[in-house]
Design a protein around this ligand. Structure first.
Ligand code: SF4
Length: 171
């Protein structure tokens, strides 16, 4: 079932490292993994959450609900840049497959208005969903967390299995 709204935590215009050309990167919230080196830890939880700015000591909310239409309208503001540079829309996260139906709806809508689409993903998802979504994708970034399967599971997945434990380091 197509999902027309979901949770994002940022829309970054004029991205030049997230695929070809000048792009707008939409960051979806939620990730099933817990990489110790995560550069966007505020993306991991699925729902909006309160954050404390370490410098200003002010509370902010990370994450907000958006519709597919709101996102596409925002992305289309830079269409002239995409046409000049060969850019477009990039979906990132978090892990985009954590909001599979929402991610698919955004990409499908982007293709309907002629945008070039890219995704950044761990590919941590069932094969069928991966194949289903990439029919709307022109360019894929995926990352190998660790080349050794056992170490990969120990570092990334043991933290998931033990996320409710107060003794994560012992898992
Ligand atoms: S997969 Fe990406 S977003 Fe998720 S925990 Fe790892 S680095 Fe962070």
């Amino acid at each position: 079932m197509e999902q027309n709204r979901g949770i994002i935590f940022n829309i970054q215009h004029f991205s030049i490292h997230d695929g070809p050309g000048i792009r707008t990167t939409v960051f979806l919230k939620g990730c099933p993994l817990r990489c110790p080196w995560c550069s966007n830890p505020e993306s991991q939880r699925a729902n909006p959450e309160k954050m404390l700015d370490a410098v200003t000591k002010k509370e902010t909310i990370t994450g907000e609900e958006k519709t597919v239409t709101e996102i596409i309208d925002d992305v289309l503001k830079d269409v002239d840049f995409y046409e000049e540079s060969g850019g477009g829309l990039t979906l990132s996260g978090g892990e985009i497959f954590a909001q599979f139906e929402f991610a698919k709806a955004i990409l499908k809508a982007a293709k309907e208005v002629g945008l070039h689409t890219a995704i950044e993903t761990t590919a941590f998802v069932e094969h069928e969903k991966f194949v289903d979504l990439i029919q709307y994708v022109d360019f894929i970034y995926t990352d190998l967390k660790h080349y050794n399967t056992l170490k990969h599971k120990k570092v990334i997945l043991s933290i998931i299995l033990c996320k409710h434990s107060s003794k994560v380091a012992e898992c």
